[in-house]
Every structure is written in C-alpha cells, then in structure tokens.
Ligand binder design. Structure first.
Ligand SMILES: *Cc1c(COP(=O)(O)O)cnc(C)c1O
Length: 363
C-alpha cells in the first residue's frame, strides 16, 4: 500500500515514529509486562514519565521557571470555561479579541458563564482588498481594566494565524490549540497558554496549560476541582486520574520533536510546507485563498476551487490518490489542508502535484 497522507484538522495525524514505538510497547511498556495504560498513575514509573514529559516540554518551549505546566482534561473548549471560572471571579472583566470561528466560540462560552457585562469583544479581522486581515488594536489606549485579554493565535477553521505578539497592559491568555510548538514563541509574553492536544501534541482527551504563577492568585469562582488551575498545580495534574495514555503519547511526541532538532527545526519545515502549498494556490487560477499573506496560517491551509461544482470530484480523486481529509470545515466549506508538525514535507509535495494535475485536467 502506498503512503496515505492524512490532512485532518484534528484529531490529526501523529508522527509515524511515535506510532510505531507505541505499537512496539503497546502491551509491554518499560519491561513491566503490562501496558502503560494499565498501570497506576501514581506508580513510580508513570510519575517518571510525567516528569520527563514536563521537562522536555519546558526545554522545547524554553518555559521560564515562574510558569507551571498543567496536563488537564477537557480539550480546548474545557479551557474556554476554565479561564473564565479561574480568573474572573464575580466581578472581573475580560477582553476577547475575535478573529474567526474558535475565538467566537471562546467568547460565547465566556458570556455563557460570566454574563455579557463582564466580557468585552473587539473583532480584529477586516476585509482589505478582498482578503481577510488582522489588525491588532492599541490596547494601551483603552480605559477599562481587564483581568486578561484572550485571543486565538491560529484559527483552525478559517486558516488565519496571528503571528505578531499582543502588546497588552493586561495578561494575555492565548488559545494555541492548533499552533503550539509549530514555531518558537516567547512564553514570557503570556499570562496563560492553552492547547487541546489533538492537533500538534497527541491524541484527544488531554489539554496542556502553561500558566504564570501570579495568575493563580486571581479570584476564582467555586468550580469543579479538576478544572481549578491551582488545585491542578498543587496536585501535579493528578487531583483525579489523568488521561494516562494520551499523556504517554504526548511525552513521546515531545521526545520525537527533540530528536529531530526541536522547534527551530520543525519551524523551518513548517514554513517550507506552507510556502509550497500557498505557491501552488497562488500560481494556479484554478484555486484561491481569501486570507492576507501576513495572516495565512502555516498549520491550516484553507483554499477553494474557483469552480466549486468540482469540489466533490476533487475530494474523491484526492482520496483515491491517498490524500485524505481535505474537506473544509462544514461552516466555511471549500478545502483545508492541515499540515501540523507530524505532516512530512513529502505529503505536501504529493498534494501539490495532485492539485496541479487536477487543475490541468479540469481547466
Ligand atoms: C480544536 C480547537 C479547539 C477545540 O478543541 P476541543 O478539544 O475539541 O475542545 C479550540 N481552539 C482551537 C484553536 C482549536 O483548533
């Protein structure tokens, strides 16, 4: 069977080397004679795994010592709730910058919990020359006082990425679900970073939270203990049974990333992959993309066939060629190629060759 390249936006493909290692040690991990998913999360072997996972993640992302790393339940959306319940208390206010589907979902959830009066919104995407472009607002000129400013660094559905860091007088809370570890960032610019694991880190069921120590003294609402950042930190992310197998796979992904040269190395390849794909879209009148160049996502490349009556044929032939899950999100339609860290450049090369050939035959 020739290689299948999976462009799913999430849960997404994992590095093949990680999957093969997991398969080899599926029923006998570390010589214990049992699977890693069958042992106590409080066993010394599993605790060692978690310590290693955290230290490798800290090394990869250069996480400063005054930040805690939490391994939590609830995916990305779980954190939409948690940032509100942990940081807003009864009367705090927060500012949400919206750029697309996921940041809108985050604000919806925030308003559901805190109420409209506590949540302000600034839409920072506008259409410039027919393309969607992000303009960061001058937050220093605002009069209100906010506990935090929330934004989504990469809109997985829309294919819009915010590469500039947010200059803010208040702590910045960022949804990095679909861009974490794809390129270097300065963690010290954030109050809190969160990411559901199933795009760049591992399987679903796990989310990673990186939170600055002083954020944990903001007044929180009474909430489920497993969703409380301070309780989670005080219990080494084991207040209750964590998703151990997802944690194990995440640890393996971190080791893999380190082995290929860390974030510097993967960032270079990610840039090459995105450049290849956007060059194909731009050079071919058969395809289009509606995002300004400065905000084109390096992880989720959205594109449309100019003649959308060919969409179904495109998807069927792509699948037959081993290029799967290219259908765009149901809300926006069109196509989307998610090219996270685990996608090898060969997959993108094959996709580009297919797209050029399909355009030729159908023009
Ligand atoms: C996938 C995704 C989420 C939601 O993740 P769940 O784990 O399904 O809750 C949130 N934000 C972004 C940017 C995402 O890509």
């Amino acid at each position: 069977m020739s290689a299948i390249y999976n462009f799913c936006a999430g849960p997404a493909m994992l590095p093949q080397a990680v999957m093969q290692k997991a398969q080899r040690e599926f029923i006998d991990w570390n010589g214990l004679g049992v699977s890693v998913m069958e042992i106590s999360h409080r066993s010394k072997e599993f605790i060692a795994l978690t310590k290693q996972a955290e230290s490798t993640l800290r090394e990869l992302m250069a996480i400063p010592d005054n930040y805690h790393v939490l391994f939590m339940h609830g995916g990305g959306r779980g954190q939409f709730t948690n940032v509100v319940t942990n940081f807003l208390g009864d009367n705090g206010r927060a500012l949400y910058l919206t750029t697309g589907q996921w940041s809108r979902s985050a604000i919806q959830e925030a308003r559901r919990i805190a109420g409209d009066q506590q949540i302000d919104e600034i839409n920072i995407v506008e259409t410039v020359n027919g393309l969607q472009q992000v303009t960061l607002p001058d937050l220093h000129s605002l009069d209100n006082d906010y506990r935090y400013v929330h934004y989504c660094a990469n809109e997985t559905v829309d294919g819009i990425e915010v590469f500039d860091s947010i200059d803010s007088p208040w702590p910045v809370v960022a949804d990095l679900s679909s861009t974490i570890m794809s390129h270097n960032i300065d963690v010290s610019r954030f109050g809190l970073i969160y990411a559901g694991a199933q795009k760049n880190i591992g399987p679903s069921g796990l989310s990673i939270v990186i939170v600055r120590d002083d954020m944990l003294s903001l007044p929180s609402l009474v909430q489920s203990s497993i969703m409380d950042y301070k309780i989670t930190k005080d219990n080494d992310s084991m207040f209750n049974t964590p998703p151990t197998y997802a944690w194990y796979l995440a640890a393996e992904v971190f080791e893999w990333l380190k082995s290929i040269g860390g974030i510097d190395a993967v960032e270079k390849v990610n840039q090459q992959k995105a450049d290849l794909l956007y060059a194909c879209i731009d050079s071919n009148p058969f395809y289009k993309n509606g995002v300004a160049k400065v905000n084109r996502s390096r992880m989720n490349v959205t594109f449309q066939l100019v003649d959308d009556s060919l969409d179904a044929k495109f998807l069927a032939q792509a699948e037959a060629a081993g290029l799967v899950a290219l259908k765009g999100h149901r809300i926006v339609g069109g196509m989307r190629a998610s090219i996270y860290n685990a996608m090898p450049i060969e997959g993108v090369q094959k996709l580009v060759a297919f797209m050029n050939e399909f355009a030729k035959q159908n023009s």
